[in-house]
Design a protein. Structure first.
Lengths: 612, 643
């Protein structure tokens, strides 16, 4: 998925994935009005053969806002002798190591090729950070177990604030004057869990902010100040706007036309140029080069809309399922995407438009669907409207009814228990996007392969005949795949007749909720499976268990009916109304997941009642 | 195939007059009007014109390749072709990247200087990627770009690929050949009915040989296809000899003997230099070597494998590095480590030879073309107690005598200064690479299934999973997740993983117990092929739809044994169909033994893929049919119910 990063995550050193033991990890941050001085001391014990490769390089990251002041990496053998020593001058540079075509991130790499089991690595470096936003975070758990952890922050001043996220029970914490000290012993390695997304963002962490405003309005104002000098409103832009809106009367139509221009005529390119990845490129330049990242495209659209007299604001948001902002801790931490909010005063919108608090939200980076459709990866997320006068945090709604899949299987069973018929799977919303992209780029043979594999997955055991696929026009991306299907052993005859049904399962396994303290993130939407069967004469309808369960997360409904034509219709509908499910709602999620699992596992039997 | 030697007769210094930065070629109206490519529907973009000009400098100091490419964007997805990335290194230096976009309305937008970027990712050979984002790329636009790659040799070691992953209307390459160098043209016409032209013209400096191909389809991205390098229409020039200033002919790559000589080099460069400075290497070899030959050889091998950091680059060449440099730095590329191993084995009186080899997932080797660039790797074959032992010291998960699957069963050249000999690397038969899962399960009175499972991996399957994560804890977690994915409704506990690199074995064992919310009081449904069931058939195309030959990593056997017992009052509800199928691709065999009296059943399912290559519609069809049979079989259920 092409997505921009504002490079807002703190640039921490590569601590070696899944390897060794960190005997000591001590980090001191000395805060000031302009930034912070970081002194890190880390001691690593090389214990397994896998560590030799994992730790043969050690990287310290810097960028336009982070300077490496000193570094010393020493390898000491089990006998206490120094085996290797690398100073700052010996580090080699790997440039542009971040995401995308270009980034300002540079890795200063220490090569440690002579490691042996039993060695210890002593790492000591000092970095100076001068970020635009005075906030940062440090993970508590790493991919490596830690014997001793100490994070000490000082010099934060009156506006210093901090938060320990999901670290209770793992570490101790004590406030100091304008600072905090956090420490822990024998910390386990972080274990990734399914449905938690990028665990670096959602793992236990110490976050802090200082020196700047401690409310969302203040954060919004600060961002608006940073971007206020980005030049706007040139003649070229005005001409472009006139050209694109000449034949349109209604303001809403103009807004959407300009949004389409930004989405479709300015391509997305993840190139981090400029000040720390925060400041967008002026609209004129974006127009010249015809590409931009998320903030560039949003700024571009903002400029276009201003040319028709509308007011719009850049919106900072988290795109993806890896993190949910904490509304109780105002800061820029966690934002990795930028969209736009247009003030709707003075023009009419439709009920289906994503309007909240007088603002129409538009994402100019998404090139599928209509402008007013928002990807489920930003639905349900907190969004910071960077209005200098009225900056505020709003939550985007989850529009689950636009997302989903429907599988319809219809056909007949003969006396021998063989099934023949057809199946269609309709996909709407984000689930259709990948198929649509393939349709515009892949050879038909590749699409056919993908379609067949998909049907093998959702209808195991079925033999596939001809398959087809097509886009369905509409405001939300939509796609349908179809197949002729058959199964000689659809009905198993034993003590009773059993039918081999399958369903579109949606929910995570209930096992994922065991001993879990991080949220579960799911795709919202409606998933529906319907079987329409013509049975041989004399066969009784199948005994699928009807069900209806609903709670705060969503619902599952299963019905078994016989229609007027004598067709048996089994329908299961699973609705998920939320994407981010916190621990407090796990009971409800488990209830639905268990119900779905039970309904899927139970055989559908054909047994006539006694006397029937 | 050696085509002809090109004789050159004009003794004039090469002067390049081509590739002026000031002018761009005209774009024909037909390019502007093109909206789709016949025969390639859905194509996101098309290469309208691609031209390469290779200028080979007779003094080997200023050769360069100049590339010009013009692409039409046909769909919205094609705008990604507006981002260009080109590999660069100290040896092949990319410079002067320029580009333009022609919009559908006629406007031309030039790539600004500040829209070119460089990512440096390795110090060892100065490896980097030069990239740019072409401006205003939209559907219907034409993008064009050009650049030069400079290299210090008369040998341009790369193929010119006429085909790409998208259709190509015209691809042409011209070689500006200096007068004092003879070349053998190598042209691989992998498609029939392609309009292909060849032209030679004498020039002031020597000659110009031009190849052009028109209307080429893309190389289809079919599952498990042969490598692109083998499938694409391509050409290169192999220098076979040069004339020295005294007029003497100096052989280059005209025979394998001479090719090896060139690579071997001399005291200051090449293998000769590498083997000239070996004092520390020999000392180190003696320090680790103790015991008999069969004990010493593995120790030396393991030292090179584990104590020298591997830089993941290599071909057959070695520059100015020596054996002692590698020992001192504790770092070497793929070739340097092999040469070091050879030196160290020799130091402890173990005979060995260098072997040039190419992984089959890179491309195939042609024995009658003495082109050293066909090989991307050097390994070692040692003679221990009268047996050949093939050694690759670059991968810590490869044991003594074990090669990666991609290097098994491929032609290789055993290389000595005075002798070269073709051979074939050994490969494991299907039975040598197995995955065997054994499940011992029982149903209790409540209808809950509990028991234990074990998975044994041998041969290439084991190698794929040896140290596949960075720590024992991570390996255990990964295997736990693997088992859990196969048994979604079970709690998996007590996962124990044992690995043996030296024996190339992995064993995973676990306990399993059905979760409460899955227990149905009167029915148990199991899929006997789990955890090794074929989830989908990757070969869904009919044989007459498939274009490319197919290669698998290795032949193998997957075997599952399910032993299930049930309590009194429960019975088997019918029996699953027992799949049986065999053809040239392999075999599927399922068998079942039921003991009603003891209330247990044992079901064995075995899928053998006995070959690695499937060339032609017949063999491909056999593999496809085998997968269809396996897919159908693996959907079968074993059902036990309470009476």
């Amino acid at each position: 998925m092409k997505r921009s990063l504002l490079v807002v995550c703190a640039l921490f050193s590569a601590l070696g994935a899944n390897a060794a033991t960190i005997a000591e990890r001590s980090i001191e941050y000395q805060l000031s009005d302009s930034g912070m001085r970081e002194h890190a001391q880390i001691q690593v014990e090389i214990e397994e053969s896998g560590d030799l490769l994992a730790w043969s390089e050690y990287s310290i990251f810097i960028d336009d806002h982070i300077e490496l002041l000193s570094a010393s990496i020493k390898v000491v053998g089990a006998d206490g002798d120094t085996v290797d020593s690398v100073k700052k001058r010996d580090l080699r540079e790997e440039t542009s190591v971040g995401f995308g075509l270009h980034s300002s991130t540079t890795a200063m790499v220490a090569d440690l090729p002579t490691l042996s089991l039993g060695d210890r690595i002593f790492i000591d470096f000092v970095r100076m950070h001068e970020p635009l936003f005075l906030a940062d975070w440090e993970p508590i758990l790493l991919d490596t177990p830690q014997k001793n952890l100490s994070i000490r922050i000082s010099g934060g001043g009156q506006r210093f604030r901090w938060q320990l996220r999901r670290g209770d029970g793992l570490v101790e914490i004590k406030e100091t004057e304008s600072g905090v000290h956090c420490w822990g012993r024998d910390l386990p390695r972080k274990k990734p869990r399914d449905g938690a997304g990028d665990t670096l963002s959602v793992g236990p962490a110490l976050v802090w902010a200082w020196g700047q405003s401690a409310d969302w309005a203040g954060v919004a104002e600060r961002y608006a100040e940073l971007t206020e000098d980005v030049s706007r409103g040139t003649d070229r832009i005005r001409q472009l706007v006139e050209g694109e809106t000449a034949d349109l009367d209604a303001t809403r139509e103009k807004v959407l036309a300009l949004a389409d221009y930004a989405r479709l005529k300015v391509r997305y390119e993840a190139v981090e140029i400029g000040v720390g990845g925060w400041i967008p490129t002026p609209a004129d330049e974006v127009l010249d080069r015809g590409w931009g990242d998320c903030k560039d495209k949003s700024e571009f659209l903002k400029t276009l809309l201003e040319a028709i007299g509308l007011k719009a604001h850049l919106v900072l948001i988290h795109n993806g399922r890896s993190a949910m902002l904490d509304p109780m801790f105002p800061s820029t931490l966690g934002f990795n995407h930028c969209i736009l909010a247009v003030e709707t005063e003075g023009f009419e919108t439709l009920p289906s438009d994503p309007v909240i608090d007088g603002l129409l939200f538009l994402d100019p980076t998404f090139d599928r669907g209509v402008a007013e459709w928002l990807s489920p990866y930003i639905q349900g997320q907190w969004a910071l409207v960077t209005d200098a006068e009225n900056g505020r945090l709003l939550k985007l709604p989850v529009r689950f009814s636009e997302e989903g899949r429907m599988m319809r299987v219809q056909g007949g069973i003969d006396e021998e228990g063989a099934f023949s018929g057809a199946a269609q799977v309709y996909m709407t919303g984000f689930r259709a996007v990948g198929w649509l992209r393939d349709q515009d780029s892949e050879a038909p043979e590749r699409i056919e392969e993908t379609t067949r594999k998909y049907f093998h997955h959702v209808l195991p055991g079925m033999t596939l005949g001809n398959v087809t696929w097509r886009e369905i026009e509409g405001p939300v991306p939509a796609f349908v795949i179809e197949a002729v299907i058959s199964d000689d052993r659809f009905v198993r005859s034993g003590r009773s007749r059993r039918l081999r049904f399958s369903y579109l399962d949606t929910l995570p396994e209930s096992r994922e909720l065991d001993d879990r303290d991080e949220p579960m993130v799911v795709l919202p939407g409606i998933n529906l499976t319907q079987w329409n069967l013509v049975l041989p004469e004399g066969w009784c309808p199948p005994t699928a268990e009807p069900a209806s369960i609903g709670n705060s997360i969503g619902s599952i409904d299963q019905t078994v009916e016989v229609d007027e034509a004598g067709r048996v219709v089994i329908t299961r509908k699973t609705t998920v109304r939320r994407s981010w499910i916190g621990v407090e709602s796990f009971e409800h999620l488990r209830e639905l997941a268990s119900a779905e699992n039970r309904l899927s596992r139970g055989s559908v039997r054909i047994e006539c009642p006694e006397g029937g | 195939m050696l085509n002809r030697l090109v004789g050159l007769c004009v003794l004039v210094l090469l002067v390049s007059t081509l590739g002026s930065a000031a002018s761009w070629p005209d774009i024909p109206e037909s390019d502007r009007k093109l909206v789709e490519v016949p025969g390639s529907p859905n194509s996101a973009a098309v290469v309208l014109f691609r031209e390469g000009r290779v200028f080979l400098s007779e003094d080997s100091r200023s050769s360069f390749l100049e590339v010009y490419t013009r692409i039409k964007i046909l769909t919205q997805e094609g705008v990604d072709y507006g981002s260009i990335s080109i590999s660069s290194s100290d040896y092949m230096r990319v410079k002067n990247l320029e580009g333009r976009t022609h919009l559908p309305g006629g406007k031309i937008v030039v790539l600004p200087k500040d829209a070119t970027f460089k990512k440096e990712y390795s110090d060892y050979y100065g490896s980097s990627v030069v990239s740019c984002a072409l401006p205003e790329v939209v559907e219907g636009a034409i993008v064009e770009y050009r650049y030069r790659t400079y290299f210090d040799s008369i040998f341009f070691p790369r193929m010119w690929y006429f085909q790409a992953e998208i259709p190509t209307l015209v691809s042409t390459v011209a070689f500006e050949i200096p007068h004092n160098i003879a070349f053998a043209p190598l042209v691989y016409k992998t498609l029939p009915n392609v309009e292909f032209k060849e032209e030679f013209r004498e020039t002031v400096s020597g000659g110009r040989l031009t190849y052009s191909a028109m209307n080429l389809p893309p190389v289809p991205d079919e599952p498990s296809r042969f490598p692109f390098r083998d499938l694409a229409y391509r050409a290169m020039l192999l220098p076979t000899s040069r004339r020295g200033s005294d007029g003497m002919k100096i052989s280059l790559f005209d025979t394998w003997k001479n090719t090896v000589d060139v690579v071997w080099g001399y005291r200051d460069w090449g293998y000769g230099h590498f083997f000239g400075d070996t004092g520390s290497a020999k000392k180190q070899a003696k320090a680790v070597a103790s015991g008999t030959a069969s004990e010493v050889a593995p120790k030396v091998f393991r030292w090179v494998r584990d104590e020298i950091d591997t830089e993941p680059f290599g071909n057959v060449w070695v520059g100015e590095t020596s054996a002692d440099d590698v020992v001192k730095d504790r770092k070497g590329d793929l070739t340097e480590k092999a040469l070091l191993l050879h030196v160290m084995l020799k130091a402890v009186h173990i005979d060995s030879e260098l072997v040039w080899v190419n992984p089959k997932n890179r491309s195939r080797v042609e024995q009658n073309i003495p082109n050293p660039e066909q090989f991307s790797r050097v390994i070692v074959v040692a003679h221990v107690n009268g047996k050949q032992v093939w050694l690759d010291p670059t991968d810590r998960t490869l044991s003594f005598g074990k090669l990666k699957p991609s290097m098994q069963g491929v032609p290789c050249l055993i290389v000595e200064k005075k002798k070269q000999e073709w051979s074939v690397t050994p490969h494991l038969p299907a039975e040598g690479s197995t995955r065997e899962a054994v499940l011992d399960l029982g149903i209790d009175g409540d209808g809950r299934v509990t028991g234990a499972g074990r998975l044994n991996l041998t041969g290439n399957h084991a190698w794929l999973r040896l140290e596949w994560k960075d720590s024992e804890a991570a390996i255990n977690e990964a295997w736990t997740e693997w088992v859990e994915d196969s048994y979604e409704n079970f709690d998996i506990t007590e996962v124990v993983v044992t690995e043996s690199i030296e024996n190339q074995l992995v064993t995973v064992s676990w306990k399993m117990s059905q979760r409460d919310d899955d227990v149905i009081a009167d029915e148990v449904v199991l899929f006997p092929a789990e955890p090794l069931s074929v989830g989908s058939n990757p070969y869904t195309l009919a044989p007459n739809q498939r274009w490319t030959p197919l290669q698998l990593s290795f032949a193998d056997v997957d075997r599952v044994v399910l032993n299930l017992s049930w309590p009194e009052g429960w019975v088997l509800d019918g029996e699953p169909a027992l799949g049986k199928f065999s053809n040239d691709a392999g075999a599927l065999a399922t068998s079942m033994e039921i003991n009603e009296a003891e209330r247990r059943v044992s079901l064995t399912r075995e899928l053998t893929i006995s070959k690695m290559e499937f060339i032609g519609s017949g063999p491909y069809g056999n593999l496809r049919d085998l997968y269809i049979a396996a897919l159908e079989n693996d959907a079968e259920e074993l059902i036990v119910v309470a009476e």
